[in-house]
Every structure is written in structure tokens, then in C-alpha cells.
Design a protein around this ligand. Structure first.
Ligand code: NAP
Length: 343
């Protein structure tokens, strides 16, 4: 296994030169989704990430309804230099536990001000619209985001899970540095979603937009650590997820076992192989594996040193071609490319 201290290096997102660590740290799980988190260990994980050169930190105002931004703000206090701070707006929790999307210009501004306060910083390096609001023209939303750039509150703009059509409309208003979408060995929709050559990935690349794959470890499944639905705690969101329940779970276990077998041959862990595959998709790709533990972080960082041959990549492609996973990405399918006319 490569040493845990291997340098991750840097990559550049977008045409305006946003240089970030080639692998980021997804902080969401420190506040929601994948079981209980220990605050001290979460903050220690952020500190260890910075020590190892993982300087792109990913959060959102919706993660723990502000809890995650506050935690990240606390963790980077006194360490702001050298951190690339990415956060998101447009989603919020409803009292019944659902999620509301709001891309109105007045909400863009209010959310940015609140994020800056919680993060305790003067400027956000990368500000994403978390989900495109189908009721608000994206030109209006991105126009309001562009005003934040003009005012020095935000450095670069991003979109998350936007369709090819929305990306085209957004870049006509302001350069977009990054597209954050789910991309991993078991979620390759980005490569195929869209009409003809207008895949989400193709359109993003046509405009020089960097790709930030979220859930690159398949929400933990591709590490091989999850063997049964019983492995999830009571409060783990994956308990009700279509890919982690019933027959889909069993089918997906076969996929991950094939990944594990290849990883074993290569002398790396399954999670490292999954991350190496994402990293090998191009110099414009910056995955943000999520963890709230230093030990997992160190294992994930070491994936930067895993070099895959053309044969390795072909074998992974055969194990996990687009569409290979059983079960949808979300319980509510409108959550994936929800603004897409071709959905
Ligand atoms: N834009 C969006 O809509 C969107 C959606 C989802 C996520 N995200 C962002 O993307 C980030 C990453 O995605 P994600 O957290 O959903 O999924 P992920 O990175 O694919 O997987 C995270 C899960 O894998 C586990 N894990 C991490 N490293 C491991 C290792 N080496 N061995 C075993 N298990 C390991 C984590 O465990 P522990 O939790 O126990 O550490 C966690 O349960 C998030 O943190 C968030 O910032 C964005």
C-alpha cells in the first residue's frame, strides 16, 4: 500500500485558475447522513487533511442545517490561508423532513451572508448552487451569484447536479469553475446523461468546467466495508436507500466484490482503487471523498499514488460499465438532474 503521507498534488478547476488539492475532503458526514459523528474526531480529520495537503474542503449550508459550516469554520480558524473553501446554497430542510429548493436571487444573497458568518470567513472560494431551481431561470440565479463575485464575497462559481442545458445557460451569464455531480465506479450517469454528444460531462468539458465528483466511494459501499444492510446504524440514511436495500444490495455486493478482487491483485484497498479510477478520468477531475475519521482520510489520500494501467482501467470498465449498479441514486429521482428537460 502506498504511504499515507503521499502528496496529493494540485489540479486546476475552470478557466479562471482555481487551484485546489487534487483530492478534497467531503465534510457532509460530520453533520448528517452516515451515522453519528464525533465532533473532536471530525475537527481532527479536517486538521489532518490540511497537514496532508488536502486543502479543498467541501460543505453546504444544508448539511446539518448550518451545523457543518459552523464545524468547518471552527476547524479552519487560524488556518484560512491555503484552504480552498467550497460551500453551497439553494437547499433547505422543511419541517416535515423534506428538502426545498430556492434559487431566487434574494435567497442567493441571504444564504451567502449566512454562510460567511457560520464559516467565519470574508470570502468563499467556490460557491455552488446545490440544485438548480426549476421555477427560477438559471440566468437569474447565476446573475445573483455573479454579483457576489463582483463584491468580493465569492471567488468562483459552481453548479451541482445541473443538466447539460442548465450548464449552457449558466455559462452565458458568468464563467463556471466547477460542476459537482455524483461520479464513481457505480454512478456513471454523468458520462451518459443527456442527448447525443450533449452529455453533462461533455458540455462541462466543452466550457472548461472542472469536475468535482461527489460520493466517489459510492457512499462508502465501494470500500467493501459494508457487507450487509445490518451494518448501518439506526440513524443512517443509507438504510432506506434504493441501492442499499433488498435485492439491489445483493447485486451491488457482487460488483464491489469484483472491485475488491482487482484491488487485492494490485496491492491496494478497494476504496483506493475506486478513488484512483475517478482521479484517472482527467486532470480536470477533483474527487471529494467524505469521511469523519483520520484513519479513512489517510487511506483515501494514499490513493493519489495509485497508478492505473490501461489494462486496469479496461478491467474496471468491464466490471462497472455505466448503469451497472442496481437501484436508483435517490429515493426521489427528481433529485438527480432535477432541472433536466430530457429527464
Ligand atoms: N452536491 C451534492 O449534492 C452532494 C451529495 C452528496 C455528497 N456531497 C459531497 O461529497 C462528499 C463525499 O460524498 P459522500 O460522503 O456522500 O460519499 P463517499 O465519499 O462516497 O463515501 C462516504 C462514506 O464512506 C465512508 N468511508 C470513507 N473513506 C473510507 C475508507 N477508507 N474505508 C471505509 N469507509 C470509508 C465514510 O465513512 P465515515 O462517515 O464513517 O467516515 C462515509 O460513510 C460529501 O461529504 C459532501 O461534501 C455532495
Amino acid at each position: 500500500m502506498p504511504p499515507a503521507t503521499s502528496p496529493v498534488g494540485t489540479r486546476t478547476l475552470g478557466r479562471d485558475g482555481l487551484t485546489v488539492s487534487a483530492q478534497g475532503l467531503g465534510c457532509m458526514g460530520m453533520s448528517q447522513m452516515y451515522g453519528a459523528a464525533d465532533r473532536t474526531e471530525s475537527i481532527a480529520t479536517v486538521h489532518r487533511a490540511l497537514e496532508l495537503g488536502v486543502t479543498l474542503l467541501d460543505t453546504s449550508d444544508v448539511y446539518g442545517s448550518g451545523h457543518n459550516e459552523e464545524l468547518v469554520g471552527e476547524a479552519i480558524a487560524g488556518r484560512r490561508d491555503g484552504v480552498q473553501l467550497a460551500t453551497k446554497f439553494s437547499l433547505s430542510r422543511t419541517p416535515d423532513g423534506g428538502v426545498r429548493i430556492d434559487g431566487r436571487p434574494e435567497n442567493v444573497r441571504a444564504c451567502a451572508e449566512a454562510s460567511l458568518r457560520r464559516l467565519r470567513v470574508e470570502v468563499i472560494d467556490l460557491y455552488y448552487q446545490h440544485r438548480v431551481d426549476p421555477r427560477v431561470p438559471i440566468e437569474d440565479t447565476v446573475g445573483a451569484m455573479a454579483e457576489l463575485v463582483a463584491e468580493g464575497k465569492v471567488r468562483h462559481l459552481g453548479l451541482s447536479e445541473a443538466s447539460a442545458a442548465s450548464i449552457r445557460r449558466a455559462v452565458a451569464v458568468h464563467p463556471i469553475a466547477a460542476l459537482q455531480s455524483e461520479w464513481s465506479l457505480w454512478t456513471r450517469d454523468l458520462e451518459v446523461h443527456g442527448a447525443g454528444r450533449d452529455t453533462v460531462l461533455g458540455v462541462a468539458r466543452e466550457h472548461g468546467i472542472g469536475i468535482v465528483p461527489f460520493s466517489p466511494l459510492g457512499r462508502g459501499f465501494l470500500t467493501g466495508a459494508i457487507r450487509s444492510p445490518e451494518d448501518f446504524g439506526e440513524d443512517d440514511w443509507r438504510r432506506g436507500h434504493p441501492r442499499f436495500t433488498g435485492e439491489a444490495f445483493t447485486a451491488n455486493l457482487r460488483l464491489v466484490d469484483a472491485v475488491r478482487a482487482l484491488a487485492q491483485e494490485r496491492g491496494v484497498t478497494a476504496g483506493q482503487l475506486a478513488l484512483a479510477w475517478v482521479l484517472a478520468q482527467g486532470e480536470d477531475v477533483v474527487p471529494i471523498p467524505g469521511t469523519k475519521r483520520r484513519a479513512y482520510l489517510e487511506e483515501n489520500v494514499a490513493a493519489a499514488a495509485v497508478e492505473l494501467s490501461a489494462e486496469d482501467l479496461a478491467r474496471l470498465d468491464a466490471i462497472a460499465p455505466p448503469g451497472a449498479a442496481a437501484g436508483g441514486r435517490y429515493v426521489d429521482s427528481s433529485y438527480a438532474y432535477g432541472d433536466s428537460p430530457e429527464r
